[in-house]
Ligand binder design. Structure first.
Ligand code: CMC
Length: 432
């Protein structure tokens, strides 16, 4: 492993082709045991095979702890339930990136930075003109973030790293809101320094120059909660992508842009959009949710219950639990009656009693109820994954920073088991 923060405990024994090898084992601060195989190939000539990396610890990290069996999620040791109730997204972002809750002075400085770097270079607005109106906002988001490296070329790990982190956190919401305005053909609304992070995002999305728009408190609080719940989730697909790209010492903006692309997929952050598409389909099909439960159980159908299942959570996803309660509250406060919420609850109820879902430990994940809240807030479906990206940004940054600060960190470079042809001789075209 790259450094030795974990406690060396016992050794594991491996018998390979009748020869015995001892492998060091380590225990993390929550008692998780890892077998150190970093010398495996040089000692034995063998490598491990772990499709989807389900059993591979790619790094040591002090940022987020998940116990999937018990449904525990903590950022820097703080339970997600407490942060969701008592904190706000700005504070949580600071916590993830810098490792501790900020004191008053630290928070003020951080907030000042987040508001005073929120403008994007006016030339960047020209990029939006090049995208067709049908462009998915995730494609725009990732391109725009990558293009930030043209405006701030020193975005590697240098003296300006903190400034570039603030720039990125601050500008992502402007970029995201502008991409929404572009998609509906409205003029861009510039960021406002007097608003909170979440209120500013909503203001840039929903204000129009001809009217005074005040962000309703219920929307601001709902978005803040959603952002907190999405802020980090240890070594998931997009975060591992950020670390993977960053491990080549690619700059911050390039690394995060790659993470945005990884998040876009329907099995990851794109699931929130897919959940709504699925619920709409069920509604339009007469609300027969049992039919869709049966489809999800039928492997031939290739249909999956979107927003269900998780690689790590095998009991419940604590974020989904919070969001289910929040969906009820937000819809009630907004006076919205959405038949999708009833369909979602019915699906959940019936799935949780079904042996297929019980045996496979499939439970609603964070994406199952988040889409219903976004819908009630008036956020269009194709922006859902963008909102996820906005929330996940501090986590990606914290993980990128942790990797760059790890002494002896190496470029990510997995091995493979080659199963292709063995050597063969080239055959001339006329003889094939
Ligand atoms: N509907 C029906 N069956 C499912 C589902 C589902 N949503 N998820 C998993 N299964 C089945 C799967 O077919 C497999 O069955 P079997 O053992 O008979 O082959 C078993 O459950 C295990 O699934 P897996 O695909 O091996 O699990 P995984 O850990 O590789 O994948 C997952 C996890 C989240 C990609 C998957 O559960 C899934 O595709 N869910 C739907 C998409 C989704 O909601 N994604 C958002 C994840 S949470 C947000 C985030 O952090 O990205």
């Amino acid at each position: 492993m790259e450094n030795e923060k974990m406690t060396l405990t016992k050794t594991a024994k491996l018998v390979l082709q009748e020869q015995e090898y001892e492998l060091p084992t380590f225990t993390g601060s929550e008692g998780e045991v890892g077998i150190d195989i970093s010398q495996l190939r040089s000692k034995t000539g063998a490598i491990t095979a772990d499709s989807g990396y389900g059993n591979t610890g790619s790094c040591q990290s002090a940022i987020t702890f998940i116990d999937g069996e018990k449904g525990i999620l903590r950022y820097r040791g703080y339970p997600i339930e407490e942060l969701a109730e008592k904190s706000n997204f700005t504070e949580v972002s600071y916590l993830l990136i810098f490792g501790h809750l900020p004191n008053k002075k630290e928070l003020e400085k951080f907030q000042f930075g987040l508001t005073h770097h929120s403008l994007i270079h006016e030339d960047m607005k020209k990029f939006y003109e090049g995208f067709p109106p049908t462009a998915h906002p995730m494609g725009i988001l990732s391109s725009m973030v990558s293009s930030l490296s043209a405006f701030y070329p020193e975005a590697g790990y240098n003296a300006d790293v903190e400034l570039n982190i603030i720039r990125l956190l601050s500008k992502l919401k402007t970029i995201a809101a502008f991409s929404y305005k572009k998609s509906i053909g409205q003029p861009y609304v510039y960021p406002r320094n007097d608003l909170s992070y979440s209120a500013d995002m909503l203001h840039m999305m929903f204000a129009v120059p001809s009217e005074v728009y005040e962000v309703p408190k219920v929307l601001e609080e709902a978005l803040d909660l959603l952002l907190i719940l999405h802020a980090d989730h240890e070594q998931n697909c997009s975060t591992s992508t950020v670390r993977m790209v960053g491990s080549s010492e690619a700059n911050l903006f390039a690394s995060i842009s790659a993470g945005i692309c990884a998040l876009w997929g329907p099995l990851h952050g794109g699931a929130n959009q897919q959940v709504i598409t699925m619920l709409e389909k069920i509604r339009d099909d007469g609300g027969d949710y049992k039919k869709y439960i049966n489809l999800a159980k039928d492997k031939e159908s290739k249909f999956k219950l979107m927003g269900f299942g998780h690689r790590v959570y095998k009991n419940f996803d604590p974020r989904a639990k919070i969001l289910k309660a929040s969906a009820d509250k937000v819809l009630e406060q907004l006076g919205v009656k959405d038949p999708m919420l009833d369909i979602a609850k019915n699906l959940e109820e019936i799935a949780l009693k079904d042996p297929f879902f019980i045996e496979r430990k499939l439970y609603p994940n964070v994406d199952f109820y988040s889409g219903i809240i976004y819908r009630a807030m008036g956020i269009p479906t194709n922006m859902f994954t963008v909102m996820f990206a906005l929330g996940r940004l501090p986590g990606w940054i914290a993980q990128w920073k942790e990797m760059r600060e790890t002494p002896g960190a190496r470029i990510y470079r997995p091995r493979q088991i080659y199963v292709g042809e063995t050597t063969r001789s080239y055959v001339a075209l006329e003889k094939r």
